[in-house]
Ligand binder design. Structure first.
Ligand SMILES: Cc1cc2nc3c(=O)[nH]c(=O)nc-3n(C[C@H](O)[C@H](O)[C@H](O)COP(=O)(O)OP(=O)(O)OC[C@H]3O[C@@H](n4cnc5c(N)ncnc54)[C@H](O)[C@@H]3O)c2cc1C
Ligand code: SF4
Length: 490
């Protein structure tokens, strides 16, 4: 044997990273199930099961390909690596560049040599080069360059369809009397069952734990959901948990799928003529735009970025985040209950309901970030930190996004179907039945008006405060709502 190859639980793909040029006759593959990862925090059972079972399936797959595999449990990753190093003291150890600052440092210190992380389409130095040249890090600017650089949905140097984005067509509320196409159910095998017994959590059939299952998920999306992805991508439906979202993020993030094959499948489907450009562009933007941008920003903004709290938000995590029974707000109750069941909701509930609530209640960003990391199936440090600190909670003072995504009940009422059956009224900002989002939205603007009024993208919203004749009453109601939320009684 000539080398030890460490494969992290988010690099489960033999065609990328350190496994790309590997050889079963020369390489020993090392995977470590660290206690820090499994029991270190209150991880959601779906998430824990998905990560462990996927890694064990992958280890078994590599063994079938003829590799020598060492899959071990240890207190920490480094302790697990030490054990294997003792068995093969003379062999050098390599791995793909890790996906978090913390693991990068730990492995570097242990002496692991890194090969470039090609699980993304944008090398880290290339992103840094782009970011260095920007006044503000507009995703749209980055995305247009990506389209041209990767030659996706381009024709003779111009965007296919004559425009870079079709956002206006992609903002429909949830449809009425609509038949949603099927979602896949993934069968459980013996590895899945063993992991379930070990962790004491039996997952439902939502998430696959093998590459075969991940590919089936991709096919199901392309065949049944892709054409309608665009129009309803921002909608939130009471009667449907996934709408036309792809449900691919867990597999993209743990390596079972690569962004390139998802883009190839999407482009091939678009070329058949059955996929409208608004849906094709809307989906491709998520993969080559948002996903790459967020990863680039994580590395560009540095390890201290996650500690930002520039709005001075120090409210402890609200009880309703940990228990959907602790609220009467229909939108939040439904969304938190969906997370309890499947460890997933799409980007609008994450941004415009959960993060929005944390933002306007002044919840501590790091407490909220930790909660999001624990409960989502697809949560990794590189993706949660910019999405929560920068986009969701505006805790970076606007370094990433030029304005906070704060909204009252009117937005949730327009884009979702929760309000009709809610005890609160999205149109009211004061009184017992006022929607907490509406009350707190105005209160949030009022609390931060001095700094927000200097932001030209916020000044119109802040100036709206001048039209309110009930600001005093609103302040009183806002305090009641905050007290009620702290007690889990709103
Ligand atoms: C506050 C907040 C937290 C988020 N946390 C995560 C997270 O921990 N892990 C995660 O993968 N995504 C995260 N996202 C992005 C997005 O919500 C999920 O990627 C998406 O909901 C996953 O479902 P899907 O695969 O059906 O996505 P689709 O809607 O089908 O989109 C396709 C793909 O685009 C990518 N994508 C879209 N938006 C983003 C984004 N903002 N950042 C990174 N990738 C994106 C994902 O890989 C996703 O699978 C977060 C967004 C917000 C606003
Ligand atoms: S009224 Fe307010 S709290 Fe109730 S569902 Fe609508 S937005 Fe949510």
């Amino acid at each position: 044997m000539e080398r030890l190859i460490y494969v992290a639980f988010d690099h489960l793909n033999e065609n990328y990273g350190a496994l790309k040029n590997s050889d079963p006759a020369k390489d020993v593959i090392v995977l470590v199930e660290s206690a820090r990862m499994t029991t270190g925090r209150k991880w959601h059972g779906q998430r824990l099961h998905f990560l462990i079972s996927s890694a064990r399936h992958f280890a078994s797959h590599l063994e079938k390909l003829g590799y020598t595999v060492r899959y071990g449990k240890a207190a920490t990753t480094v302790e697990g690596l030490q054990k294997v190093k003792k068995e093969f003291p003379e062999l050098p150890m390599i791995s793909a560049e890790p996906s978090s600052f913390r693991q990068f440092e730990a492995l570097k210190e242990f002496g692991v040599e890194f090969v470039p992380n090609d699980f993304f389409l944008t090398p880290r130095p290339l992103f840094a080069q782009w970011a260095d040249g920007q006044k503000s890090y507009l995703m749209e600017n980055f995305y247009r360059l990506q389209r041209a650089r990767l030659n996706v949905l381009m024709e003779k140097g111009k965007p296919v369809g004559g425009a870079w984005n079709f956002d206006k067509e992609n903002r429909l509320p949830p449809p009425k009397n609509y038949t949603w196409p099927p979602y896949l159910e993934h069968k459980r095998d013996q590895i899945d069952k063993d992991v379930a017994a070990e962790i004491g959590y039996t997952p439902d059939s939502t998430w696959a734990t093998t590459r075969k299952g991940a590919l089936a998920q991709l096919k199901n999306f392309i065949d049944n959901h892709f054409a309608q992805f665009g129009p309803y991508e921002d909608a939130m439906a009471l009667d449907n948990w996934a709408l036309h979202h792809s449900l691919l993020s867990p597999y993209l993030n743990n390596g079972l799928l690569h962004a390139q094959e998802v883009i190839d499948a999407a482009e091939a489907a678009f070329k058949t003529g059955k996929i409208p450009i608004a849906s094709a562009e809307g989906f491709i933007r998520q993969i080559i735009g948002w996903r790459e941008y967020v990863n680039g920003m994580y590395w560009y903004l540095g390890p201290d970025y996650r500690e930002n709290n520039q709005l001075g938000a120090n409210r402890p995590l609200l009880p309703l985040f940990s228990d959907s029974n602790k609220t009467q707000m229909n939108c939040v109750k439904t969304i938190v209950s969906d997370i309890e069941n499947r460890a997933w909701v799409h980007h609008i509930p994450r941004l415009m309901v959960l993060s929005n609530l944390a933002l306007i209640t002044g919840t501590n960003p790091q407490e909220f970030l930790d909660w999001m990391r624990e409960v989502f199936i697809d949560a990794s440090e590189w993706v949660m930190v910019p999405n929560v600190i920068g986009m969701g909670l505006h805790a970076d003072g606007g370094a990433m996004m030029s304005k906070p995504y704060a909204a009252g009940g009117a937005y949730i009422s327009r884009m979702g179907s929760f309000c009709k059956s809610c005890v609160y009224d999205p149109k009211l900002r004061v009184g017992e039945t006022a929607c907490p989002f509406t009350t707190l939205y105005w209160d949030f603007l009022d609390r931060h008006k001095e700094s927000f009024v200097k932001n030209h993208r916020m000044s119109q919203q802040v100036n709206g405060l001048k039209r309110l004749s009930d600001l005093e009453e609103l302040g009183v109601r806002a305090q009641q709502v905050l007290d009620g939320l702290d007690k889990g009684a709103i």
